[in-house]
Write a protein that binds this ligand. Structure first.
Ligand code: CTP
Length: 395
């Protein structure tokens, strides 16, 4: 694909060199279009050498090629990182005072901004207004990550890691309906809960979190504000997603129920333990003496059933998951009825599918009697189908 990589004047431009390499090494053709001031951070020679393409900031160079029109028209994706407050404002206002803003006006392909700036600038009403206007027009503006900024301060404003930006870029080009979740708030749970026996042992499961992370990333790339409640995954935060880390089913319940209050859709992809040890030992259990005997279990709250029974917003769409080793359809129908959700994504466990793998295969059953089979393929593709079905139901 032909990618235009727009670079704004932020220190995080150095991370974009790595993003450029990820694009070119996977066979994409990249034209870097930096702003004039961004060259203070990374020079034109670096972009030229890494992309193998000419680099200019103005419309007046190589004017015989009419670059201010051609580059945007021929692009399959325009990805801007770091997007500064100034660049977001110029794009929102429709200015065309350099090559990049001209490209933004001529591009008809998906356009993604990955903002990075100090927290105060990101939260300023002027920047918020630019972002809202761009999102309203169908442009994808990823929320920045939270963490250490330039200098000693920290907060929202960091550029997500290059590998995550790359994944987001690929996901955007996979999505069928551009920005159809803009303005929606969604909650996704992922990973597997751990129920502590003592300070060093737990009862857990094999969930990797990969499917839930793919769903969260896809949601953000379709414009939704995504809260990802993640249990014990160890995976890097997806770009544009706000992550709440939890360990146990009780912590997951608190985070999901709280976030569900304002959510248009909730996707429970996490493997939540049905039971926990009835008591947790404060000290490590020792092997001395007699066999400690069976562990007594207490039942955990069923989060999916609870949020389905107590929907806070009319029209809220709730999606559950089920993993089975046999009788997928019969179990799916029973689970859909028992949980009271709108859709259930039934996975076959085993045979190189579901846990810890890149691929998945699923049968998605709807409370309205609908049935969609998603053949074996990347978890990112299943994520898109889930959002298609959610978007249809949101209307
Ligand atoms: N789930 C939940 N809270 C729990 C257990 C499960 O919210 N305490 C959710 C999961 O996130 C998933 C769905 O319920 O979306 C299916 O969970 P699963 O464990 O497969 O179903 P169970 O009802 O526990 O049935 P069984 O273990 O008998 O298959």
């Amino acid at each position: 694909m032909r990618v235009v990589l727009g670079v704004g004047a932020g220190i995080a431009a150095y991370k974009v060199c790595e993003l450029l390499r990820l694009f070119t090494e996977s066979g994409h053709q990249v034209r870097v279009v930096p702003t004039r001031d961004s060259l203070h951070f990374v020079g034109a020679a670096t972009w030229q050498a890494l992309s193998g393409e000419p680099v200019s900031t103005e419309v007046w160079e190589q004017a015989e090629d009419v670059p201010h029109v051609r580059i945007g028209q021929q692009a399959d994706l325009v990805f801007v990182a770091p997007a500064t407050a100034d660049l977001l404002a110029r794009a929102a206002a429709g200015l065309a005072d350099d090559l990049l803003t001209n490209v933004l006006l001529t591009a008809r392909c998906p356009v993604v901004f990955a903002p990075a700036m100090h927290t105060e600038m990101w939260q300023h009403p002027a920047t918020a207004a630019s972002v809202a206007l761009l999102r309203d027009r169908g442009v994808i503006v990823l929320d920045p990550a939270s963490g250490r900024l330039t200098g000693a301060d920290s907060g929202p404003g960091r550029l997500p890691e290059p590998a995550e930006l790359f994944q987001a870029a690929l996901q955007v080009t996979r999505g069928r309906a551009l920005a159809d979740l803009a303005g929606r708030q969604v909650v996704v749970s992922a990973g597997g809960t751990r129920e502590e026996i003592d300070p060093v042992r737990f009862i857990g499961n094999w969930s990797s979190g990969l499917q839930g992370y793919a769903i969260a990333r896809a949601g953000a790339c379709r414009g939704a504000k995504v809260t990802l409640v993640a249990a014990n995954t160890g995976l890097p935060d997806p770009a544009g997603v706000s992550v709440v880390a939890v360990k146990s089913a009780a912590e997951m319940r608190e985070a999901v129920v709280g976030a569900a209050e304002h959510a248009d859709a909730i996707v429970m992809a996490a493997a939540v333990a049905d039971y926990r040890p009835a008591t947790r030992s404060e000290t490590k259990l020792k092997k001395t003496g007699a066999n400690p005997g069976p562990i007594e279990l207490a039942e955990n709250a069923d989060i999916l059933r609870e949020i389905s029974a107590t929907r806070r917003l009319p029209g809220q769409v709730i999606v559950g998951f089920g993993a089975e080793t046999a009788d997928l359809l019969a179990n799916g129908k029973a689970k859909l009825a028992a949980k009271g959700c709108d859709l259930i994504v039934m996975n076959q466990v085993g045979n190189g599918l579901a846990f810890g793998t890149a691929d998945n295969e699923a049968e998605i059953l709807g409370a309205d009697g609908s049935r969609v089979f998603v053949p074996r393929g990347p978890k990112e593709v299943l994520a898109e189908v889930i959002w298609d079905l959610v978007a249809e139901r949101l209307g």
